[in-house]
Design a protein around this ligand. Structure first.
Ligand SMILES: C[S@@+](CC[C@H](N)C(=O)[O-])C[C@H]1O[C@@H](n2cnc3c(N)ncnc32)[C@H](O)[C@@H]1O
Length: 207
């Protein structure tokens, strides 16, 4: 049999599913074991590095601070006002949702989404334990279960780079924003084409 014919019978690995499994594993581990050794800044050290308010970090749910896994500080530009509705894309353990919920106040609300139900539960528990309003949908950012034009501010911190369908995720963020709404995303980008060895490594992509 020629090589092409045999290759057509080999099942293609589902790269998106492999990546999702790795994302579940890695961020689940940061949430369960924040003291572990990771090759990226996380927890309080990262939050201080990204200029999160120190007093706020003292008052925040400590589980959310310890498991913080963002790559920047979307709040510096988000300018969330009392009464606003904020969508936090990829809420993780909930530090960004907590910061946004404090700013939105009792008249506002934070809606989180996270692919991982465990993260969604943690974020909800962390934020609600401090008497703030947050709901969280277990959903992908590529299909956000929120009505068109209903959100004042979209924030996201270190999540877009994890998507297999970044353009679709961006379209979803703009779809849910009301006219004149705001988007504040912190993420990582590279100006160089990465080698295939890096691009094809789910561990590196997931982190
Ligand atoms: C870098 S963490 C977010 C940090 C978080 N904002 C915080 O306050 O700690 C990334 C989160 O995005 C979630 N995530 C990854 N890919 C996703 C996707 N396609 N849709 C929704 N959430 C996703 C992960 O499960 C993880 O909880």
């Amino acid at each position: 049999m020629c090589p092409e014919a045999s290759a057509s019978h080999v099942a293609e690995p589902n790269i998106e599913a492999v990546l999702q499994d790795e994302i579940f594993r890695l961020y689940g581990e940061v949430a369960e074991n924040p003291e572990g050794d990771y090759h990226f800044y996380h927890g309080r050290e990262a939050a201080e590095l990204f200029d999160y308010d120190r007093q706020l970090l003292e008052e925040a749910p400590q589980g959310a601070v310890a498991s913080f896994a963002g790559v920047g500080n979307p709040h510096l530009r988000a300018g969330v006002q009392p009464g606003e509705t904020v969508l936090d894309v990829g809420s993780g353990a909930g530090l960004d949702a907590y910061v946004a919920a404090r700013a939105a106040g009792s008249e506002g609300q934070v809606v989180g989404i996270d692919l991982n139900p465990v993260m969604c539960r943690k974020a909800r528990e962390h934020v609600q334990a401090h008497g703030l309003r947050m709901t969280c949908h277990e959903a992908p950012m590529e299909k956000i279960p929120v009505e068109d034009g209903t959100v004042d501010v979209v924030i996201s911190n270190g999540v877009l780079n994890l998507s297999f369908r970044k353009a679709q995720a961006m379209r979803e963020m703009f779809r849910v924003l009301r006219p004149g709404g705001r988007l504040s995303v912190t993420d990582i980008v590279t100006g160089r084409q990465l080698s295939q060895a890096i691009v094809n490594d789910p561990k590196l992509w997931a982190s």
